[in-house]
Ligand binder design. Structure first.
Ligand SMILES: Cc1ncc(COP(=O)(O)O)c(C=O)c1O
Length: 388
């Protein structure tokens, strides 16, 4: 049995805050802070410690592969999720007949904007709409994925409402029709098990600052091994070359593995933080984390029901991730009111987002629900018939 109470002590901010904001930025762990200090010590004591620094990028690659259940050669360590998407997009051609990219209405902007940016190169972007009740059923994907579709680029968990798409269903549909699938797992990876092989996705992007417990400025791109030799990014650089230190200025010789999707000097300080964060995730194990997160989000949904302020996040376990969203009359104001009570959340559209990780406790959830209840008269935006 995992001792989540002991693990919680490794995140000092939790002594001061009810921290329900890991979907924006994780709480800082003791070992992540130490890793960042170790980088500083290196700078002070050694100066340019390149031999060690290069191994850090490789350590992040290996640990990311372990989390995604892929092999290291299939992982590019990138500066952001967006950088991974751009490198991948640059390697695709959008000539007929397969020039269509299907995205959903649940996408984080970057996973739509980057595909729209390919329109001058011939790409045609199609959006799968959400239904009036805020869902995107598989049938909606079935209507739009066809023989002209090259790529289906979809989020695992929606950053606006916490809904989880039916990824196995979408992958099955896309592959039947000859299209590839890119999974944006940033709002899931580290909080849920994201097994790229079991999900059978072709590509996956994510980053280290949320549930992977690292920091901003570092992300990853997974590319299915068999596809790597068929894809040559034009978004490139010297760290994407087969031999980085050949320093050849007369040719582009991309690495044989997914490093071909990288570009310039790795974000060394961020690698220190990311490696330490990934280690915690691997130590605790994503299956145990997912179970813990599921129990906490379930408790949150039940608490919200009990105060007559229901969540807009799907209740079914398989249809939600680590985020519970609560509609509010003025979410910015409610977020500030929660902050005054040391409850850290975020908001998007008309929803407050409470995002949960394994280091949260039942007390965190109950406090959140309790403070919402106390604020219900001012902030409830729904049509619930109960008197506030
Ligand atoms: C689902 C999702 N995708 C992509 C991004 C953007 O990542 P990056 O800023 O690393 O490009 C975010 C950031 O919040 C996100 O939540």
């Amino acid at each position: 049995m995992t001792d989540f109470t002991a693990l919680r002590r490794r995140f000092p901010v939790l002594e001061r805050k009810t921290y329900l904001n890991s979907g924006s930025y994780c709480a800082l762990a003791d070992t992540v802070r130490e890793a960042i200090s170790a980088y500083m010590d290196d700078r002070l004591q050694v100066g340019a410690n390149w031999d060690v620094w290069v191994t850090k990028n490789e350590a992040v690659r290996r640990a990311t592969a372990a989390v995604l259940r892929a092999v290291p050669d299939e992982i590019a360590v990138t500066a952001s999720a967006s950088a991974g998407l751009n490198a991948l997009a640059s390697a695709l051609e959008f000539g007929a007949p397969r020039n269509k990219v299907v995205v959903s209405d649940f996408e984080f902007p970057t996973n739509a904007q980057i595909w729209h940016a390919q329109e001058p190169r011939g790409a045609r972007i199609v959006h799968v709409p959400k239904t009036p009740d805020g869902d995107i059923p598989l049938e909606s994907f079935a209507r739009l994925i066809d023989e002209q579709t090259q790529l289906v680029a979809v989020t695992h968990v929606c950053f606006r409402n916490g809904a989880r798409l039916d990824i196995p269903g979408i992958v099955r549909l896309a592959h039947e029709r000859g299209a590839r699938v890119l999974l944006d797992c940033y709002q899931a990876v580290g909080a849920l098990t994201v097994d790229v092989k079991q999900l059978d996705v072709d590509f996956a992007v994510g980053g280290m600052l949320k549930y992977l417990l690292g920091t901003a400025g570092i992300g990853s791109l997974y590319v299915r091994g068999s596809l790597i030799p068929t894809l040559t990014p034009t978004h490139s650089g010297w760290f994407a070359q087969e031999d980085i230190f050949a320093m050849d200025i007369r040719a582009n010789r991309p690495a044989r593995n997914a490093r071909r999707f990288e570009a310039g000097t790795p974000a060394v300080a961020n690698c220190y933080a990311a490696e330490a964060g990934l280690r915690i995730i691997l130590e605790v194990g994503t299956d145990a984390i997912e179970e813990r997160v599921r129990a906490l989000t379930r408790r949150c949904l039940a608490g919200l029901e009990s105060i007559g302020w229901p969540s807009v996040t799907p209740a079914a376990d398989g249809r939600r991730g680590p985020m519970v969203c609560v509609p509010a009359r003025d979410p910015a104001q409610l977020c500030a009111a929660l902050m005054e009570q040391d409850i850290v959340t975020s908001f998007r559209d008309c929803n407050i987002r409470a995002t949960v990780h394994f280091y949260n406790s039942e007390d965190d959830i109950d406090r959140f629900v309790g403070v919402l209840e106390a604020n219900r008269p001012r902030h409830y935006s729904g049509t619930d018939s109960r008197k506030p």
